[in-house]
Design a protein around this ligand. Structure first.
Ligand SMILES: [Zn+2]
Ligand SMILES: [Zn+2]
Length: 396
């Protein structure tokens, strides 16, 4: 035992010696480096199995930073996404609404107009004197891309085309190449400009500030012209079940995104929820594979415990998550099954009016009489049929 303690002491001394060069220490405070904030950030993993041979990537296709009307930097957004277990993040600043710029200009103008003249060789002074104040809408995406390289997160460069929600709505351009050439006073032209540079278009929060989900003339136009590739059926705390059918009819990928402006810890994780996620079934997490999966509409939408999407895919997803194993057959032929859920998803399984919770990383037993199949619906899964929830009939 003594020997082990000696070894521990040696390791501890070595660690402290290492720390000494960074932090002030003395005899009364020898372990200041007992907690390292930057290096020890923990990631929560949302565990899901492969489905149909594809990895299920956890994505958020809608987020804001201080470069439009969000409260945090792109670098923070990336770190937050990593902590929350995401594989893919889109940064989607409003093209037309960027209040932080106004505040920064007010700040800069004050600096230049007061008696304290800017120091000639200061970076801000020099840049502003020589070039004026220039705005580059690609900066936010680029900062996120460089930050993400250190975390292994895939960034989709995006922008949100932001017009009147009552009549036109908001549209995320994803996979943009140059955010500076998307703006056009005519929103249809703006969407087309984004598409011309290879972007795909997601219709955001279709029910936000609307009295009904009936499509407006503008929406009918852009949908019928084939300018829309995906739609949010979940945004923040909103869920639009009827839009699941709309997505199927128009062959759109379905998304669940946070549209986060503040922090996900405030809006989701500190309240015990996972953040909204668009599950993308892709070969790998490369930008190319993510794009291929979105083009092929291989997505599911997850928000506050509810998962929605195409009926076939929802069912395949469930059967990949929950395994049914027979572990006993009694003398009357009654079969006892174990439902094993080795994922981070909770499921509510209803056996003929008797719903049971199958929580993440738990198992439950269920009995089936001889010759019977196991029939149930899963109530936190939504599909675009009258029945709303998928039903299963498992034969043995
Ligand atoms: Zn929006
Ligand atoms: Zn937004």
């Amino acid at each position: 035992m003594k020997r082990i303690l000696t070894i521990v002491a040696v390791i501890a001394t070595a660690t402290m010696a290492n720390a000494q060069s960074i932090y002030y220490q003395d005899k009364t405070n020898c372990d200041m480096k007992r907690h390292t904030l930057r290096d020890d950030v923990l990631r929560k993993e949302f565990v899901l199995p492969e489905v149909n041979g594809y990895k299920v990537l956890k994505a958020d296709l809608h987020s804001h930073t201080i470069y439009s009307d969000g409260s945090v930097t792109p670098e923070y957004r990336v770190r937050e996404a990593w902590v929350d277990g995401l594989d893919v993040l889109a940064i989607t600043e409003h093209v037309e609404y960027r209040p932080t710029e106004g505040r920064m200009l007010t700040y800069l103008k004050g600096y230049f107009s007061n008696a304290m003249k800017p120091v000639n060789n200061s970076v801000i002074g020099k840049a502003a004197d020589e070039n004026g104040i220039l705005v580059d809408l690609n900066v936010s995406n680029n900062l996120a891309i460089s930050a993400a390289a250190g975390y292994g997160i895939t960034i989709i460069p995006g922008m949100e085309i932001t017009r009147k929600p009552e009549t036109i709505g908001h549209y995320n351009a994803l996979f943009v190449k140059d955010a500076n050439t998307i703006y056009d006073a005519d929103p249809v032209a703006s969407i087309k400009k984004a598409r011309e540079q290879g972007a795909i278009i997601m219709h955001n929060h279709p029910g936000w500030r609307r009295k009904s989900l009936e499509m407006t003339d503008f929406e009918k136009q852009v949908y019928s012209e084939g300018l829309i590739d995906g739609v949010e059926i979940m945004n923040g705390s909103e869920f639009y079940p009827t839009v699941v059918r709309r997505a199927m009819e128009n062959k759109l990928f379905m998304a669940a995104n946070t549209d986060i402006h503040g922090t996900t810890s405030m809006d989701y994780t500190n309240q015990g929820h996972w953040r909204n996620m668009t599950f993308i079934l892709a070969k790998d997490a490369s930008l190319k594979s993510v794009r291929e999966a979105l083009d092929k509409k291989r997505t599911l939408a997850y928000s506050f415990g509810t998962l929605a999407g195409d009926e076939k895919l929802v069912k395949e997803f469930f059967l990949a998550c929950v395994k049914f194993e027979t572990f006993r057959i009694d003398k009357n032929g009654k079969r006892t099954m174990r439902m094993v859920n080795n994922t981070s998803m909770d499921f509510v399984i209803n056996f003929g009016g008797n719903p049971v919770q199958l929580r993440a990383f738990t198992s439950r037993n269920v009995s089936v009489a001889k010759g019977n199949s196991l029939n149930f619906t899963v109530e936190n899964l939504w599909i675009p049929t009258e029945q709303k929830h998928p039903s299963f009939e498992l034969e043995f």
